[in-house]
Design a protein around this ligand. Structure first.
Ligand SMILES: CC(C)(COP(=O)(O)OP(=O)(O)OC[C@H]1O[C@@H](n2cnc3c(N)ncnc32)[C@H](O)[C@@H]1OP(=O)(O)O)[C@@H](O)C(=O)NCCC(=O)NCCS
Length: 205
């Protein structure tokens, strides 16, 4: 136990990869991408935020204020890690990656990620997952990181599998979307697995 890194979520690191950098939010700079995530109906569907097709709500001052208050306080959180995903080529924020629901006694937490449409399908998400999960194991000393992915989101599942997440169960009919029930697959990755493959498991290549 004593050789484990101290789990300190109050430190907000900058994690540099080949295609993306993960860094604390700069709300003024990152606002366009964060707005795009919150307003995109497809992101709302895939993350289970909506229960059917929706027209994006007209953006107004209150929504902008609420968004900035949220992202402007992420650096103050001592029990979770929220980082902006920034495309290195353009320097532009394309989304967010989050370790949350920390359970100190069990050295576990949850993970979630959302990229705005402009950031999707270019390998940025997979690399962002690898960076933050690696930080969780190597620097925060976590043992288990888990997530839920809906059955209608094979792209996300593939990205998670490429980093080493393993499907471990199904929450049946976890989401009602557009009149249909959708299963949610629980996936997890454990510290000893990460140590073996460092986010590049042979089976997923
Ligand atoms: C999920 C998400 C993080 C993935 O990041 P990304 O940058 O778009 O994905 P990547 O390009 O890194 O990798 C996607 C992989 O899925 C594959 N893929 C894409 N569409 C697919 C489909 N319909 N079925 C199976 N695999 C698919 C790609 O080919 C790629 O695999 P490969 O590298 O082996 O070819 C991002 O798309 C996103 O944020 N989407 C919107 C919100 C969301 O779904 N969040 C997750 C909720 S659980």
């Amino acid at each position: 136990m004593n050789d484990l890194p101290r789990t300190d979520f109050s430190i907000k690191p900058t994690l540099v990869g080949r295609k993306v950098t993960l860094r604390p939010f700069l709300p003024d700079q990152d606002a366009p991408a964060l707005r795009a995530i919150l307003q995109d109906p497809e992101v709302g569907r895939l993350t289970g935020s909506d229960h059917g097709p929706v027209e994006p709500e007209p953006w107004n001052d209150a929504a902008e204020k609420q968004m900035r208050a949220w992202y402007g306080t992420r650096h103050e959180q001592s029990d979770r890690l929220d980082l902006a995903v920034v495309e290195r080529a353009s320097g532009v924020c394309v989304g967010e990656a989050v370790l949350n629901e920390w359970d100190g006694g069990n050295r576990s937490c949850s993970f979630r990620i959302a990229l705005a449409p402009a950031g999707q399908d270019r390998g940025l998400g997979t690399e962002a997952v690898r960076l933050i999960v690696g930080y969780g194991f190597e620097r925060l000393g976590l043992h288990r990181i888990s997530l839920g992915v809906f059955a209608f989101n094979p792209r996300a599942r593939r990205a998670y599998e490429k980093v080493g997440f393993v499907a471990e169960g199904v929450k049946r009919d976890a989401l009602r979307y557009d009149g249909a029930w959708v299963d949610q697959i629980t996936m997890s990755i454990l510290g000893p697995e990460w140590e073996r493959h460092r986010g590049r498991p042979a089976v997923a290549r």
